[in-house]
Design a protein around this ligand. Structure first.
Ligand SMILES: [Zn+2]
Length: 336
């Protein structure tokens, strides 16, 4: 297992650590191209820490030792892509893979795999792992691109996907706790936000996560989804159940409050607090004062709702209430 050690470039060094905040979207792999003895991760981290004379910087440097050095926080820009203000510099986390000839390249790559997997897990915003070559055409990472040291770029990505690159002992995949019979063919399912890899090993892009899809086919611990035509592990899926219709009882109970919270996109807890984000959203919708509180004995918001739904206007919610009944009817139809 690797350990990430912070040796951050001083903030005063604006040249290589500009301090520009961003949310990372990709991971870029480099090789140092320095085969000199001792040109390891610590040496590169020190170079950055002491002020690299080149206008170049990167986030992490990895070698065959378990210590990986972090020079720039992940949410800050580093200048390593050679694409100016392009997406490489502005939105990527840059990793330098050391190639010093006194180091073990295979181990170094395995450590890199471990770091990449850690970052993919830490930042759901990251959708791709790419070569420096992608950003400006440079032949970098040289050995991974040519495969001359025994590991090709494709094999590197496979190690990232399978997760068997980092540790010295092969990792046992987590036990699948979701029985397959929970999923039926033709059923609507949602891909969990926590899902990272397809059953076939490729990374699941961020835009796929949280999507709903239909089960087309089933196998041992995976199902084939119709919309994306991909096999997804059952542990990464949940069944989407149609929301039960609200009872039209005129009472503002937890189920009605939850349905309103879902409709207005506020936190769903089934409770109206004082003040309440839900009430605030409803006040905005109805064009009344937005204080988040249903005032008593008369609420202008309730009165506005009663006028809108053409129920008797008294500015209060009775138990049961005609205006709540109308709200429930409309919630069941999906449009207020
Ligand atoms: Zn590079």
């Amino acid at each position: 297992m690797v350990r990430i050690i912070e040796m951050l470039i001083p903030k005063s060094n604006k040249k290589t650590r500009p301090g520009i905040k961003r949310v990372p979207r990709s991971i870029t792999i480099h090789e140092t191209d320095n085969e000199g003895i001792g040109a390891n991760a610590l040496a590169h981290a020190k170079l950055q820490y002491n002020g690299n004379i080149r206008l170049a910087s990167w986030h992490l440097q990895v070698d065959d030792e378990p210590e990986v050095y972090l020079s720039i926080p992940y949410d800050e820009v580093a200048y390593a892509a050679g694409d100016g203000k392009g997406p490489g510099n502005m939105y990527s986390i840059h990793i330098e893979v050391c190639v010093n000839r006194d180091g073990n390249y295979f181990k170094t790559v395995n450590h890199t795999v471990e770091v990449v997997r850690y970052l993919l897990n830490k930042f759901p915003s990251i959708t791709e792992v790419v070569q420096h070559h992608k950003w400006n055409g440079k032949n970098c990472p040289r050995y991974l691109r040519s495969g001359t040291k025994g590991i090709s770029w494709q094999q590197f990505l496979q190690k990232v996907a399978k997760g068997n690159g980092g540790s010295d002992t092969p990792q046992v995949p987590p036990k699948d706790k979701t029985p397959n019979h929970l999923f039926k063919i033709g059923e609507k399912v949602r891909i969990k936000k926590s899902a990272t890899y397809y059953a076939t090993g490729e990374g699941i892009p961020a835009y796929i996560k949280g999507r709903t899809d239909i089960v087309l086919q089933k196998s041992a611990n995976r199902v084939l989804l119709k919309g994306i035509n991909s096999w997804v592990k059952t542990e990464d899926l949940e069944v989407v159940r149609a929301a039960a219709a609200l009872a039209i009882d005129g009472y503002m109970g937890p189920a009605t409050i939850k349905a309103l919270q879902r409709y207005f996109g506020t936190p769903i807890d089934g409770v109206i607090s004082r003040p309440s984000l839900l009430i605030k959203a409803m006040q905005k919708w109805l064009g009344t004062q937005q204080d988040g509180i249903i005032s008593e004995p008369y609420s202008t918001m309730v009165a506005a709702l009663q006028r809108r739904y053409q129920t008797p206007v008294d500015g209060k919610i009775s138990r049961p209430s005609l205006v709540v009944k109308e709200l429930q009817r409309r919630l069941n139809r999906g449009k207020l």
